[in-house]
Design a protein around this ligand. Structure first.
Ligand code: FES
Length: 172
């Protein structure tokens, strides 16, 4: 990893942007990485502006590596003002662009952010009513999962792969 990238990640970790739950979110997406067991949830709030529905705010929580947190931090800033279509067209590479190119071993970290974003945007309307009143924290989700031994189904749309992340806890 280059010194420049390391410095940018360090800076993003020191002062992560939008690292929190969002109680009034319109859409929520959670994704886990089958590569490393890391997990990330993204919340999105829309607003109407000039007849367009655009992203007003995006926030995240992560049980992930520093790179995933740094990418989510810069990505949630970049998403503001974009339509759902514009946001879902963004690749992990584009979401991580403010940090600079990621080394091959860290590309899946950006794909984790991309997956959470696409998961949120994929079911935005349907999720809204369901999640507003009952949305658990990411920690709650993991705790519940550990207790019930139920599988967490995750979608990494970057590769159109649907994978089970039930081994998250086994890997830690
Ligand atoms: Fe798993 Fe970065 S190492 S998301």
């Amino acid at each position: 990893m280059s010194d420049d990238l390391e410095a940018k990640i360090e800076e993003a970790i020191k002062n992560p942007r939008n690292l929190r739950e969002m109680k009034d979110a319109d859409a929520i997406g959670t994704v886990g990485s089958a590569d490393c067991g890391d997990m990330l949830r993204m919340w999105i709030k829309f607003k109407e502006e000039d007849g367009r529905k655009i992203i007003d705010r995006a926030t995240f929580q992560s049980f992930g590596c520093q790179t995933a947190i740094a990418v989510a931090s810069v990505a949630t800033e970049m998403l503001k003002g974009k339509t759902a279509a514009e946001a879902s067209a963004m690749s992990g590479e584009e979401l991580a662009a403010p940090l600079g190119p990621l080394p091959p071993v860290k590309i899946h970290c950006a794909q984790l952010v991309e997956g959470a974003l696409r998961s949120a945007l994929g079911g935005e309307e349907a999720q809204a009513a369901q999640t507003k009143s009952t949305s658990p924290t990411l920690l709650d989700s993991l705790g519940a999962d550990a207790k019930s031994q139920t599988k967490v189904k995750v979608v990494l749309r970057a590769t159109d792969a649907v994978v089970s992340a039930s081994r998250i806890h086994e890997q830690r």
